[in-house]
Design a protein around this ligand. Structure first.
Ligand SMILES: [Zn+2]
Length: 229
Protein backbone atom coordinates (compact mmCIF):
# COMPACT_ATOMS: atom_id res chain seq x y z
CA UNK A 1 0.00 0.00 0.00
CA UNK A 2 1.26 3.47 -0.87
CA UNK A 3 1.63 6.17 1.74
CA UNK A 4 -0.68 8.51 -0.20
CA UNK A 5 -3.88 7.72 -2.08
CA UNK A 6 -3.97 6.65 -5.72
CA UNK A 7 -1.13 5.56 -7.95
CA UNK A 8 -0.16 2.02 -8.79
CA UNK A 9 -0.86 0.00 -5.67
CA UNK A 10 -2.70 -3.06 -4.49
CA UNK A 11 -6.43 -2.93 -3.84
CA UNK A 12 -6.80 -4.51 -0.38
CA UNK A 13 -9.98 -6.08 0.99
CA UNK A 14 -12.14 -4.01 3.27
CA UNK A 15 -10.69 -3.86 6.76
CA UNK A 16 -12.15 -3.27 10.20
CA UNK A 17 -11.25 -1.52 13.42
CA UNK A 18 -12.75 -1.04 16.84
CA UNK A 19 -14.56 2.24 17.39
CA UNK A 20 -16.12 2.73 20.87
CA UNK A 21 -15.89 -1.01 21.34
CA UNK A 22 -17.80 -1.66 18.09
CA UNK A 23 -16.27 -3.41 15.12
CA UNK A 24 -16.41 -0.89 12.28
CA UNK A 25 -15.91 -1.91 8.66
CA UNK A 26 -13.51 0.22 6.67
CA UNK A 27 -13.33 0.48 2.90
CA UNK A 28 -9.80 0.72 1.57
CA UNK A 29 -11.03 2.61 -1.47
CA UNK A 30 -11.00 6.39 -1.32
CA UNK A 31 -13.55 7.44 -3.92
CA UNK A 32 -16.32 5.81 -5.96
CA UNK A 33 -15.67 4.33 -9.40
CA UNK A 34 -17.02 7.46 -11.18
CA UNK A 35 -14.74 9.93 -9.39
CA UNK A 36 -12.88 12.16 -11.93
CA UNK A 37 -9.48 12.18 -10.18
CA UNK A 38 -9.27 9.09 -8.00
CA UNK A 39 -11.79 6.60 -9.43
CA UNK A 40 -11.91 3.51 -7.26
CA UNK A 41 -8.44 4.29 -5.95
CA UNK A 42 -7.01 2.86 -2.71
CA UNK A 43 -6.76 5.29 0.19
CA UNK A 44 -3.14 4.83 1.09
CA UNK A 45 -1.59 4.33 4.51
CA UNK A 46 -2.07 7.80 5.98
CA UNK A 47 -5.73 8.04 5.08
CA UNK A 48 -6.53 4.58 6.41
CA UNK A 49 -4.82 5.35 9.72
CA UNK A 50 -6.46 8.78 9.99
CA UNK A 51 -9.88 7.17 9.71
CA UNK A 52 -8.90 4.94 12.61
CA UNK A 53 -8.08 8.07 14.65
CA UNK A 54 -4.39 7.18 14.60
CA UNK A 55 -2.21 10.23 14.22
CA UNK A 56 0.55 9.94 11.63
CA UNK A 57 2.10 13.32 12.34
CA UNK A 58 5.91 13.25 12.38
CA UNK A 59 5.88 9.57 11.53
CA UNK A 60 7.50 8.53 8.29
CA UNK A 61 5.41 6.64 5.74
CA UNK A 62 7.62 3.60 5.27
CA UNK A 63 11.09 2.69 6.42
CA UNK A 64 13.61 2.61 3.60
CA UNK A 65 15.10 -0.63 4.82
CA UNK A 66 13.75 -3.02 7.45
CA UNK A 67 11.44 -1.73 10.17
CA UNK A 68 12.69 -1.52 13.73
CA UNK A 69 10.85 -4.45 15.31
CA UNK A 70 11.51 -3.12 18.81
CA UNK A 71 9.84 0.22 18.06
CA UNK A 72 6.12 0.60 18.72
CA UNK A 73 5.58 2.88 15.74
CA UNK A 74 8.62 3.21 13.52
CA UNK A 75 6.51 4.08 10.46
CA UNK A 76 2.91 4.20 9.20
CA UNK A 77 3.46 0.93 7.38
CA UNK A 78 4.37 -0.85 10.60
CA UNK A 79 1.49 0.71 12.56
CA UNK A 80 -1.01 -0.54 10.00
CA UNK A 81 0.62 -3.95 9.83
CA UNK A 82 0.10 -4.31 13.60
CA UNK A 83 -3.63 -3.54 13.38
CA UNK A 84 -5.77 -6.59 14.24
CA UNK A 85 -7.48 -6.83 10.85
CA UNK A 86 -4.13 -6.77 9.05
CA UNK A 87 -2.74 -9.33 11.49
CA UNK A 88 -5.72 -11.59 10.75
CA UNK A 89 -5.39 -11.29 6.98
CA UNK A 90 -4.31 -14.51 5.28
CA UNK A 91 -2.01 -14.43 2.29
CA UNK A 92 -3.55 -14.69 -1.19
CA UNK A 93 -1.87 -18.07 -1.69
CA UNK A 94 -3.45 -19.39 1.51
CA UNK A 95 -6.88 -18.04 0.55
CA UNK A 96 -6.74 -19.68 -2.90
CA UNK A 97 -5.63 -23.01 -1.43
CA UNK A 98 -8.37 -22.99 1.23
CA UNK A 99 -11.03 -21.99 -1.29
CA UNK A 100 -10.13 -25.19 -3.15
CA UNK A 101 -10.82 -27.05 0.15
CA UNK A 102 -7.18 -27.88 0.80
CA UNK A 103 -5.21 -27.30 3.95
CA UNK A 104 -2.42 -24.75 3.69
CA UNK A 105 0.55 -25.64 5.90
CA UNK A 106 3.09 -22.87 6.19
CA UNK A 107 6.58 -24.22 6.84
CA UNK A 108 9.90 -22.45 7.28
CA UNK A 109 12.23 -22.14 4.32
CA UNK A 110 15.64 -23.84 4.17
CA UNK A 111 14.73 -26.64 6.62
CA UNK A 112 14.18 -29.73 4.49
CA UNK A 113 13.50 -31.83 7.61
CA UNK A 114 10.49 -29.57 8.29
CA UNK A 115 9.27 -29.68 4.69
CA UNK A 116 8.19 -33.26 4.35
CA UNK A 117 7.15 -32.74 0.73
CA UNK A 118 10.91 -32.94 0.06
CA UNK A 119 10.82 -36.63 1.07
CA UNK A 120 7.90 -37.10 -1.27
CA UNK A 121 9.79 -35.49 -4.16
CA UNK A 122 12.79 -37.66 -3.28
CA UNK A 123 10.67 -40.84 -3.55
CA UNK A 124 9.11 -39.63 -6.83
CA UNK A 125 12.51 -38.86 -8.31
CA UNK A 126 13.86 -42.25 -7.24
CA UNK A 127 10.92 -43.98 -8.96
CA UNK A 128 11.50 -41.97 -12.13
CA UNK A 129 15.20 -42.72 -12.08
CA UNK A 130 14.54 -46.46 -11.77
CA UNK A 131 12.16 -46.36 -14.76
CA UNK A 132 14.26 -43.96 -16.81
CA UNK A 133 15.12 -44.65 -20.48
CA UNK A 134 16.47 -41.12 -21.00
CA UNK A 135 13.49 -39.95 -23.08
CA UNK A 136 11.14 -37.13 -22.23
CA UNK A 137 8.12 -39.12 -23.44
CA UNK A 138 8.77 -41.87 -20.90
CA UNK A 139 9.27 -39.29 -18.19
CA UNK A 140 5.86 -37.76 -18.95
CA UNK A 141 4.24 -41.20 -18.96
CA UNK A 142 5.86 -42.26 -15.72
CA UNK A 143 5.22 -39.09 -13.77
CA UNK A 144 1.59 -39.83 -12.72
CA UNK A 145 2.64 -43.35 -11.69
CA UNK A 146 5.58 -41.97 -9.76
CA UNK A 147 3.32 -39.56 -7.85
CA UNK A 148 0.84 -42.35 -7.11
CA UNK A 149 3.58 -44.76 -6.06
CA UNK A 150 4.04 -43.06 -2.68
CA UNK A 151 1.53 -44.39 -0.20
CA UNK A 152 -0.51 -42.08 1.97
CA UNK A 153 0.66 -43.91 5.08
CA UNK A 154 4.27 -43.17 4.11
CA UNK A 155 3.53 -39.48 3.63
CA UNK A 156 1.94 -39.42 7.07
CA UNK A 157 5.04 -41.00 8.56
CA UNK A 158 7.13 -38.16 7.10
CA UNK A 159 4.68 -35.63 8.46
CA UNK A 160 4.87 -37.11 11.93
CA UNK A 161 8.63 -37.18 11.83
CA UNK A 162 8.49 -33.49 10.95
CA UNK A 163 6.47 -32.90 14.12
CA UNK A 164 9.22 -34.61 16.12
CA UNK A 165 11.71 -32.18 14.57
CA UNK A 166 9.46 -29.23 15.38
CA UNK A 167 9.07 -30.39 18.99
CA UNK A 168 12.84 -30.73 19.30
CA UNK A 169 13.46 -27.24 17.87
CA UNK A 170 10.75 -25.79 20.14
CA UNK A 171 12.68 -27.16 23.10
CA UNK A 172 15.57 -25.02 21.93
CA UNK A 173 17.76 -27.88 20.70
CA UNK A 174 20.30 -27.24 17.95
CA UNK A 175 20.33 -29.25 14.73
CA UNK A 176 22.66 -31.97 16.04
CA UNK A 177 20.77 -32.55 19.30
CA UNK A 178 17.42 -32.35 17.55
CA UNK A 179 18.61 -34.97 15.05
CA UNK A 180 19.69 -37.25 17.91
CA UNK A 181 16.35 -36.81 19.64
CA UNK A 182 14.35 -37.58 16.50
CA UNK A 183 16.48 -40.64 15.81
CA UNK A 184 16.15 -41.83 19.40
CA UNK A 185 12.38 -41.48 19.21
CA UNK A 186 12.21 -43.30 15.87
CA UNK A 187 14.27 -46.22 17.14
CA UNK A 188 12.40 -46.66 20.44
CA UNK A 189 11.31 -50.26 20.89
CA UNK A 190 7.74 -50.96 19.96
CA UNK A 191 6.34 -53.08 22.76
CA UNK A 192 2.58 -52.93 23.12
CA UNK A 193 0.67 -55.51 21.08
CA UNK A 194 -2.44 -53.38 21.57
CA UNK A 195 -1.04 -50.58 19.40
CA UNK A 196 -0.38 -52.51 16.21
CA UNK A 197 -0.95 -50.12 13.29
CA UNK A 198 -3.60 -51.87 11.20
CA UNK A 199 -3.80 -49.39 8.33
CA UNK A 200 -0.11 -49.25 7.31
CA UNK A 201 0.21 -53.02 7.61
CA UNK A 202 -2.77 -53.47 5.34
CA UNK A 203 -0.79 -51.71 2.61
CA UNK A 204 2.22 -52.93 0.71
CA UNK A 205 4.57 -53.21 3.66
CA UNK A 206 7.30 -54.88 1.62
CA UNK A 207 7.72 -51.66 -0.31
CA UNK A 208 8.67 -49.80 2.85
CA UNK A 209 12.34 -49.59 3.62
CA UNK A 210 13.96 -50.37 6.94
CA UNK A 211 13.90 -46.72 7.89
CA UNK A 212 10.26 -46.45 6.97
CA UNK A 213 9.52 -49.35 9.25
CA UNK A 214 11.03 -47.39 12.10
CA UNK A 215 8.96 -44.41 11.11
CA UNK A 216 5.93 -46.64 11.08
CA UNK A 217 6.31 -46.69 14.81
CA UNK A 218 6.19 -42.90 14.89
CA UNK A 219 3.01 -42.97 12.89
CA UNK A 220 1.55 -45.64 15.16
CA UNK A 221 2.25 -43.69 18.32
CA UNK A 222 0.71 -40.51 17.01
CA UNK A 223 -2.17 -41.60 14.91
CA UNK A 224 -4.67 -40.86 17.70
CA UNK A 225 -3.03 -37.56 18.44
CA UNK A 226 -3.43 -36.34 14.87
CA UNK A 227 -6.87 -37.84 14.35
CA UNK A 228 -5.89 -40.28 11.63
CA UNK A 229 -7.87 -43.50 11.26
ZN1 LIG B 1 9.08 0.98 9.74
Amino acid sequence: MNVNPGGAQAHPHNGWYLHDGQMTSQSMTLFPADHPTYPDQPKGLCHVLAERSISTQRIRGKCKTKCDLEAIACCCHQILECQPDFQDQKSLVQEVIEQAHHLCIVLPKFYCELNFIEFFWGAVKRYLQEQCDMTFETLKENMPQALASVELATIRQWEHQMHRWMDAYCEGLGTRDANAKVKAFSSTKYKSHRRIPETPLAGDVTSLTYTHNHNLFVWCRHRDLYGYP
